[in-house]
Every structure is written in structure tokens, then in C-alpha cells.
Design a protein around this ligand. Structure first.
Ligand SMILES: [Zn+2]
Length: 272
């Protein structure tokens, strides 16, 4: 995997997944003349940057210019991508996904960019001998990855960490169908704007993925700033289901929080 990655942004990389940018900053910036005078200075401080999935200055096309720590967003190994199913190759080095999920306390955050479950407890993804610890899972609507150009209505990302420069993200699509048990339990608790919901209720994480673990694999990046190219992507071929009512309600909360697909460039996608 290419590592166009600046180590000084390590902490940003992970906090950016966990926390949102500060929306109040934008208001301050646009009304405070002093801030304008120090724009070069503020460009180096990514914590104060407002980014979004909308079109315009804060949107995906311009993420790479928003601050020095986001230059990877203009890199050549970015995510998400479109999977062209008739070009996907087999690889002998891939192995079955060994997902060892147990349970987690309920800790749901709407950070202004996504609805995210912060997980606790001993939940891992084992790839060969390498252990990746589940940190959180969050959702996008529509899906970020596409399959032969098709967007599923929702995609969930299970974010696992081995080290600061080595993440594995498991992507699973949702299609319209039966009611989804996780959404049945929690959709009414999702904060509709920035906010948090916690309870003592335990979530059985082993029920959150399909039985068939066939996947597409490629090397890519975080799909939100700082877009660090540190992610091994495993996107399952088999989608989960959610009812139309659930998808409609959830999509409204997520509000088109997907990054458009990025060029594959010289990378290859492998199937298992
Ligand atoms: Zn994501």
C-alpha cells in the first residue's frame, strides 16, 4: 500500500473519524476580520477546519485545499471506489475474514458527519496473524462504494485499528428488504443533529454482518478528511437488509454523507 502520509497527522487521522469539525468556527471565521488576516496560519490547523459532503468550498472536491493536513485527499490511492465486477481478480494471498465480535455498550454519536457507534470491549478482526481492534462503526447514505456504478442506499463501515498507520475497514451494504434488527432497536435513539445517546443496553455485534463473508479487497484511504492512505478495505459482496421506512428515516438523518467515488489509478481490486 502506498503511504502518502505525514506522521504528524496521526492523531488527526483518528480524531477526525471520531469527532466532527466545529461548525461554530465557520461563523467566527466569516465575521472576524482578524481571522482573515491569519488565513495562512489557520491553514495549518486542521482542527479548526469546517468540511462537509456538500458541493462548494467545504465539499469533497476542495478537501485537499482546506488545510495542510488534508493534502492526502488529493492522493492517488483514495477511497471510496467503484467496483467493476468483471475486472476483479482472484488472489492466493487473501484469506477468509475472521471476525471475532462479541458485544459493546451502547454509545451512539451524531458528530455532524455521520451516526457512529463507539464500541467497547474485545472485538477484533483477524487478518492472517494480525489483529485489528474494532474502534467504532458508522454509516453513510447513499453507499460510498458502488458496484458496477450502483449506489446501495446505506453502507456501514466497521473501523479496525492495528496501528496508527494500519487500519482495516469492513464495509457492508444495506439493501431494501426486511426490517433490520439493529435499526429497529436504535433508529429512534439516533441523535438527528449533533449529539449523543448512551444506555446500559448491550449490543450483540456478532449479529451485524451477513453469513456470507465473500469480499472485495483493495488498498485505500479514509473517506473523510484527512483521507490518510492507511486503510485495507474489505467490502462484503452480500448486503444486509433494512425496510424502506428504516432506510428513508435513516437517510434523512445521514443527509447524503457520502464521498463520490475516486479513481482506481494503478491499484487492483481482488475478490474473495
Ligand atoms: Zn465511513
Amino acid at each position: 500500500m502506498k503511504k502518502i502520509f505525514n506522521y504528524s497527522f496521526l492523531s488527526i487521522a483518528f480524531t477526525a473519524i471520531l469527532f466532527s469539525c466545529n461548525y461554530s468556527v465557520k461563523t467566527e471565521k466569516s465575521t472576524d476580520p482578524e481571522t482573515h488576516q491569519t488565513s495562512a496560519e489557520s491553514k495549518s490547523d486542521c482542527n479548526e477546519v469546517h468540511w462537509s459532503h456538500a458541493t462548494g468550498e467545504s465539499g469533497p472536491e476542495n478537501w485537499k485545499n482546506l488545510c495542510d493536513g488534508y493534502t492526502a485527499c488529493g492522493g492517488v490511492a483514495q477511497s471510496p471506489i467503484n467496483f467493476v465486477t468483471n475486472t476483479i481478480e482472484k488472489s492466493d494471498s487473501l484469506s477468509p475474514l475472521n471476525i471475532i465480535y462479541k458485544s459493546s455498550k451502547t454509545d451512539i454519536i451524531n458528530n455532524g458527519h455521520t451516526v457512529q457507534f463507539n464500541t467497547s470491549g474485545d472485538n477484533t478482526l483477524l487478518l492472517g496473524n494480525k489483529e485489528y481492534e474494532l474502534k467504532q462503526f458508522h454509516f453513510h447514505a447513499m453507499s460510498e462504494h458502488t458496484v458496477d456504478g450502483y449506489h446501495y442506499p446505506i453502507e456501514v463501515h466497521f473501523v479496525h485499528r492495528h496501528s496508527d498507520t494500519d487500519y482495516a475497514v469492513l464495509g457492508i451494504m444495506y439493501e431494501e428488504g426486511e426490517e433490520n434488527p439493529l435499526l429497529t432497536d436504535y433508529l429512534n435513539n439516533f441523535p438527528e443533529s449533533k449529539g449523543e445517546f448512551t444506555s446500559d443496553k448491550t449490543i450483540d455485534l456478532s449479529k451485524l454482518y451477513p453469513a456470507d463473508l465473500g469480499y472485495y479487497y483493495y488498498s485505500g484511504s479514509l473517506t473523510t478528511p484527512p483521507c490518510s492512505e492507511i486503510v485495507s478495505w474489505y467490502v462484503l459482496k452480500t448486503p444486509l437488509q433494512a425496510s424502506k421506512t428504516q432506510i428513508d428515516k435513516f437517510s434523512k438523518i445521514l443527509n447524503n454523507n457520502y464521498r463520490p467515488v475516486m479513481p482506481l489509478n494503478d491499484r487492483k481490486v481482488y475478490g474473495y
